[in-house]
Write a protein that binds this ligand. Sequence first.
Ligand SMILES: NC(=O)c1ccc[n+]([C@@H]2O[C@H](COP(=O)([O-])OP(=O)(O)OC[C@H]3O[C@@H](n4cnc5c(N)ncnc54)[C@H](OP(=O)(O)O)[C@@H]3O)[C@@H](O)[C@H]2O)c1
Length: 274
Amino acid sequence: MDVKGKVVIVTGASSGIGEAAARAFAREAAKVVLAARRVDKLQTLADEVNAMGNGAQAFVVQADLSKLEDIQSLVMQTLEKYGRIDVLVNNAGFGRLDWLENLDPIKDIQAQIDVNVMGVIQTTRQVLPVMMKQRAGSIINMCSMAGLVGTPTYTIYAASKHAVHGFSEALRREVKPWGIDVSLIYPGGVKTEFSAHAGIKRKTNAKTPDFMMLTADEVGSAVVKLVRHPRGMLVIPWLWNVTVFMNKFLPGLVDYTTINRFTIPEREDELNAK
Ligand SMILES: NC(=O)c1ccc[n+]([C@@H]2O[C@H](COP(=O)([O-])OP(=O)(O)OC[C@H]3O[C@@H](n4cnc5c(N)ncnc54)[C@H](OP(=O)(O)O)[C@@H]3O)[C@@H](O)[C@H]2O)c1
């Protein structure tokens, strides 16, 4: 699918990957619908897009993706404005990364499921009849390495991204005959506001090595490429496929390494206290 002139909804366009993806679509003269809660940030991006002078347009819709009525309104406003939806990028999401018993049942656990899982499902459910009628469309779901490999402190986040993985895989096989592509992208670490909201506390210095960290622009460009060349599964950077392979075929080794190099050193004080 050529991106020029296409109507593209990007959720979570107020920062990070969503903002970068929306900008990348706009650089290719798309009509981008920017959705998130922070409307001031969306408006700043919309002003930038509308000033590009290449035919790109931006339309701002304030939406809390954990609320069905906001999702319905997002789709309705997009149709009123442009009359069609060519691309949906389900990107809005966040992680709260702590030991399970430390996570608040509502603010951390329920909220992650509401946005990362229900937000993706309900937005897709609202957009799908439009794309089926058009007999064309592209849905790109923002997964994560956590959607393939579960690691300590990522319990709920990993559950949410594994759900996105399963949902997207099944959907891809449902909608392909209607000319609709469903792509999944699994980035490793990306330099965005994500960690500022995640509440990460570490005793060890375990983190993604710098050379494996991506910029939001790199992921944003990869999202645009997926519209032209849909892929059931795109892991970036490619090297993370080694971890995915190990987790699938040598899970005992991954357990042993993770528990001994991360969980026990991180929790040593608590373990000794008991
Ligand atoms: N950064 C990473 O290392 C990484 C790696 C793999 C995958 N991802 C995934 O990439 C996606 C984007 O994350 P990011 O790294 O770009 O983080 P980010 O900069 O914090 O962006 C998150 C976006 O999601 C939006 N959002 C959060 N809750 C929302 C809600 N209830 N309603 C509507 N929008 C909401 C935020 O907008 P408002 O706050 O304005 O609503 C913001 O635009 C997420 O799905 C994340 O899981 C991130």
